[in-house]
Design a protein around this ligand. Structure first.
Ligand code: HEC
Ligand code: HEC
Length: 358
């Protein structure tokens, strides 16, 4: 009996060997383009407020597209001297933001704006502090050729990716063609960015999931101030994103050095207006404001309490009460900061599928 088993085993092993041998001698099967649709899971209350995340008709999310975008986001090959990736200035542990006041390009020069976090941007329709791009795809074109960022040219990027050992096959899997071009690169990057969704915080548990114990007393008072006397939610709207996606002047300067939205529109009425940023993971995305002038959340709250310049050009209609001073007490300020810190999503900041795949 035992002998029989051994013979049967041997025969099976030989059959497998034979099959393997056969495999290597025949031509590989033709590649099939068959991407898998990817869905982004967000809590139902987010969909109730915002609707499903909009998807451009010509760039639907697929597993293969997102995975290619992730590889590209972390690939230093995109920069002229191969030292800088998107992730160099957009670090996951900092909410895909830069902890430096001004990012430094490959040529050593510094920009004059603070980098922006990449969080829940799938619902946004204006990008950069001055809103000069209207899609994530369009946005992703710019850093690659920006002389104070990656300082590369698109033909050079395409040549490098085309002659790479892995990329042409990955482009085929994602888009059905081995021919790399810049539009496919930015499509993949945008797909990956759309998966950067963050809603798993203590604030969400408290506010949307009715867990009364998720915030302590100070944090709860901070939330009351945020939506009440401190008027923060008139612009950082409680629509799950903490931004109304508008461009507004919150009164930082009497004479703004950076014209903000006016740089893009050319209209004097837009001078000093900047994109209202979302506030999720705000404790991780210091420094703050378009020029990174504030190092801490305490500095930000002090500014809103007593530093607003009411004579700033085109100051927002919601700002007048601030100009007269919000008169926040030390306790109020501490409560507001404590509340802002409950917007951190530890799962997002460490999510494996958003990390460097290499
Ligand atoms: C040298 C640092 C640097 C690199 C590299 C870089 N960025 Fe940025 N990013 C910035 C800065 C600074 C801004 C804000 C610039 C402005 O408003 O003019 C920004 C803005 C953005 C925004 C706009 C966010 C919003 O809320 O409007 C997105 C999205 C973004 N970057 C994605 C990328 C992608 C994708 C790459 C790689 C292709 C990349 N960045 C490479 C520094 C960098
Ligand atoms: C008039 C609308 C408005 C109101 C009201 C407002 N903000 Fe802002 N907030 C903005 C704008 C616009 C910016 C970006 C300004 C810039 O960089 O020039 C900003 C920036 C911030 C930032 C920095 C974000 C970053 O990524 O750098 C924080 C934090 C912040 N606000 C918190 C608050 C708090 C707390 C309150 C209430 C005390 C408040 N805001 C009230 C419009 C507003």
């Amino acid at each position: 009996m035992r002998k029989l088993w051994i013979i049967a085993g041997l025969a099976a092993a030989m059959a497998v060997l034979h099959a393997c041998k056969k495999e290597t001698t025949t031509a590989p099967p033709p590649e099939v383009y068959n991407p898998t649709a990817k869905t982004i899971t967000v809590p139902q209350y987010v969909i109730n407020y915002l609707g499903e995340m909009p998807q451009p008709g010509d760039n639907p999310l697929t597993e293969e597209g997102v995975s290619l975008g992730r590889k590209l986001f972390y690939d230093k090959m995109l920069s002229n001297d191969r030292t800088m990736a998107c992730a160099t200035c957009h670090k996951q542990e900092n909410g895909f933001d830069d902890f430096r006041q001004f990012s430094q390009g490959t040529n050593g020069a510094f920009g004059d704006r603070n980098a922006m976090p990449i969080i829940n941007l799938g619902w946004a329709d204006a990008f950069f502090w001055d809103g000069r791009r209207s899609t994530l795809e369009g946005q992703a074109h710019d850093p690659v050729t920006n002389p104070i960022e990656m300082a590369n040219t698109w033909p050079e990027v395409v040549t490098r990716l085309q002659s790479h050992a892995e990329y042409p096959a990955l482009f085929f899997k994602a888009f059905g063609t081995r021919t790399v071009d810049s539009n496919l690169v930015v499509k993949a990057l945008a797909q990956f960015e759309r998966t950067m969704v963050s809603f798993n915080t203590r604030f969400d548990k408290y506010f949307y999931q009715n867990d009364a114990t998720a915030l302590n007393a100070s944090e709860q008072r901070g939330l009351m101030l945020f939506t009440g006397d401190a008027l923060c939610n008139t612009c950082h709207m409680m629509n799950t994103l903490f931004t109304d996606h508008a461009f507004r002047n919150n009164g930082l300067d009497v004479n703004p050095a950076d014209n903000g939205l006016m740089k893009f529109t050319g209209k004097a009425d837009d001078r000093g207006k900047f994109k209202v940023p979302g506030l999720r993971n705000i404790a991780q995305t210091a420094p703050y404001m378009h020029d990174g002038r504030f190092a801490t959340l305490e500095d930000v709250v002090n500014f809103y309490s007593s530093g607003v310049k009411q004579t700033s050009p085109n100051i927002d209609e919601h700002m007048p009460p601030f100009g007269n001073g919000l008169n926040l007490t030390a306790q109020d300020k501490a409560d507001l900061v404590a509340f802002l810190k409950t917007l951190s999503d530890q799962e997002f900041l460490a999510r494996k599928d958003l990390s460097d795949p290499n």
